[in-house]
Design a protein around this ligand. Sequence first.
Ligand code: HEC
Length: 415
Amino acid sequence: MRIVNLIIVSVIVSCAQDPVPDPPAPEIFVQPTVVGELALPERSFALPADWVGSSHIYVAHHPDLGTLVGGPTGLFRLQADALVSVHDGEQIPEVDEGAVYGLSVTDEFVWVASASGLSVYDGLLKASPINDELPTGAVRAIVRVGDSVWIALEEGLWTFDGTQLGQLAQIPGVYQMIAGSNQTVSVTTVSGQSLLLKSSEAGVMQHDLSGQGLLRDVVPVASDRLFALEGGALKARVPHSQGEWIWRRTALASEDGAEPVSRAWTLSATSAGDGVWIATADALSSWVGDQIETLPMPLGLNSVLRIHPTSDGRVWLVGTERLVRLGGDGQPPPTYCDDIEPYYQANCEHCHNATPSSQAIDLSGHTAWSQRYDSIFALVQAGAMPKDADGRVDGGALYMLQRWQEGGMIECDTP
Ligand code: HEC
């Protein structure tokens, strides 16, 4: 009896000395609750040779001016399946923009931030209307925040609301700005500083994120949520306890035990600013609220340097050698009655008409335009017509002509 007792005691003692370890605490990830698939038609465009490998490539879309692409050698228009310099065919360019560092779309035009300063494109590239007031020098980034644009100059940030230009913050060396929800903008400087700026009636509040890790591509998606990359890991900053925040790793799948993202390339805000686009080694995902939609990474992209969602609902991926467009053409094609005829009347009719005193062949009517389309397009693209256009090429007109042809040269919309 006594021996048995002793044995039991010794077993208990040995247990106490060598405790069974607790099961590891489950790592808490931020995960979506709904996961869906996205299918978008894709089309690929070769980058100009001297842009290969550059991450400073920006894409914007304007409903009347078309898709514009800015890169290391200036501003280009997307024409059919090629990128064409906006200066192609021009004899007298007004602006020599140099390398482009950002594009921002408004109703009237597209702002162009570049090595030579700020310019605007409304079919022609011109000096910006605020150049007299804005300090000179390169503009390294530009974003639209509400009804204003924020402009990053070497010495600090400026803002223009359509009537007034003002200095916003004295943060030098800003080269990247990402506008998210609630007028919140993440800002990155050449010295590696990462800040969050929130604009309100009272002014601009600054919040320094330096010291929270080597973060890049910080995207503010809601007042209480940020996404960022740290190395290849996708992280989300979420509320922790009262007034505290915590950065957590994220998984792109909803099930328990999903692997956290470890090979992400780049992030960007969605067009509406309420979510984030995420490019990883094998997929492209949009994460809005609790929901993720994913599509496989297009073939032939061995890296994605930037993602540019555009206002027409498409998404552009900047690869090292190619630009890939995801999404079809949502816009109805132009027609002769609504688009070509008004253009003809404003720009060509005073020389090309049916009167005996006409200087040149009659171009009135749908038949003349469809039969002579090729020569019209070629002459407009070469800057030769309209003859009185002072040697400048109207990119907005080219975009309209191109879409009219692609849409089947429709005469009129029949109701
Ligand atoms: C200031 C007068 C003027 C205006 C404006 C003008 N053209 Fe012309 N265009 C001419 C003249 C003159 C010619 C004859 C050839 C030449 O001088 O190049 C011509 C020739 C052409 C031709 C070649 C015709 C052929 O023989 O096949 C086309 C096509 C053309 N114009 C298209 C246009 C279009 C499109 C516009 C408007 C966007 C336009 N032109 C505006 C004066 C004008």
